[in-house]
Design a protein around this ligand. Sequence first.
Ligand code: SF4
Length: 221
Amino acid sequence: MAAALADEFAATAAQPLPVLTLAERAAAAVEKWSDRAPDRSRRACRAGCAHCCYMAVSVTALEALWLADRLRAACAPEELAAKIEQIAATSARVSNLTIEARAAARVPCALLGPDGNCTMHPFRPLGCRGWTSFSAELCAAALAAGEPGHSGPCDRVALAAAGSVTEGLQRGFRAAGVDAGHYEFHAALLRALTHPDAAAEWSCGRPVFSDLPRVVSERLR
Ligand code: SF4
């Protein structure tokens, strides 16, 4: 499944890049395969459970551009300005942290609502879609300890679906001559929201995102 899914998206992304359509298709593919996982009923993930929303997330430019588009569509100008301010403030705190330091900081994602739900759930990054857990207790313990997730059981099918679609997209971006980098989520979203014509420029191969920080483990620094 994983290789076929990656190949499908590599082929799709090599066409002239229809940014929003491609992002929607990528998210739908992850959902479709994730929904078919045989162990789906074992997942502990529920509305209002947000332990993983304090961890590092990385995205392609495509995912950031899609979310930026949906935020612009959903928010009145003042509300959008407030969101951008919040994303910028969170980015300043977390974008340059290692995976381990990000978890230890226990800073919530800027899109996490006060009720523990993602305020942009239908448009959330592929990595957020792929991460599931079979134990909310282990997730809670990892967050309380400031650790980057737990090593307990999760749904490997959902994880593979998100990873395969991301890999396929990145292969297609490289083939199309556009930046295929994976960047820290808040930094990328902020850039997508504030850079004029970010989608058009990125899809023409301009380096709109390429100076942004990447999510790395402290073992690699
Ligand atoms: S984008 Fe949504 S699901 Fe992903 S970390 Fe942020 S609040 Fe959580």
